[in-house]
Design a protein around this ligand. Sequence first.
Ligand code: A3P
Length: 326
Amino acid sequence: MASTDRKVANGEDNAVFSLRRERGLASSYLYLFQEFWCPGIAIEGVKSFQKCFQAKHGDVVVASFPKTGTTWLIALTFATVNRQHFSAENHPLLTSNPHTLVSCLEFKIFCDDIHDPVLHLSNMIEPRLFSTHTPFTSLPKSLTESNAKIIYICRNPFDTFVSAWTYFNKIRSTMSLPALELEEAFEMYCNGVVSFGPWWSHMLGFWKESLVRPKKVMFLKYEDLMENVNFHVKKIAEFLGCPFTAEEESDGVIESIIKLCSFEKMKDLEVNISGKLDKIIDNKLFFRKGEIGDWINYFSPSLIQKLSKIIEEKLDGSSLSFKMYS
Ligand code: A3P
């Protein structure tokens, strides 16, 4: 049982005990914490992240809603920032899953795994790279008010749903839990009751900040990255203050980063076929189809209508929109 769930069961954690909770797509409960649905196992991590994280100049945080392309963006960012240190033939991304190279702040660094997170953070090689699913409004001030950079990725909510539903059902099966029917999972998704959701608030938090402070928050869409990854890798490098030189461009450095981080390359690496993240999650679960528009294979007309209406209502007036790709 996850630590927060256990504490709740034992009545040990009154603060968590008082939070509203619902069943989410994954196996454990989601708790309504600071206006988002936080997985039980991440509550302590989010709290410590908020309390103890001290941003440093040069820090880079890849932020995302789960199943929107986090793994891809982490890999691209890691390869771009560290391009002076590693050759394409001997690159850490060939032998390590991207999530091992760039740790998640609330799930890894500030969770039970690392004995002394503050010491660990102060010993990290700079620039430090992290990932997070924590919504913008719950990020520590030390991060939002510093010069650290945030790159956010989001994805068409239709494809995000299919990716999340299939992923969490695989996680459930590893725990011998019954799979959720599509309709049941869809209802949770439409109510926003998914890890770190509602998804619309998550996107809008980062979207609004990227409009107000474009030098601080870069906002990307999975679909845009897929359509022109070369253009976006260059933008990422510029945003992070390490633009590619003309020589690097002509030497094919950008192309080799794109190839190294491509879905086809990453999914066939031994580490991503048989390895596990933190001895728990099969790395292969991070690589399913890597396509845009796969949702069309799952949605009935009534589900399309329902989700389209929610997107329209929730994103109304925000200037954020998604193409349907069908
Ligand atoms: P699908 O389930 O639609 O295939 P996250 O990394 O946030 O968990 O998102 C997972 C989604 O990104 C999955 O989508 C996965 O296949 C896709 N993905 C993983 N690595 C990718 C890569 N290198 N390029 C493109 N898509 C990738």
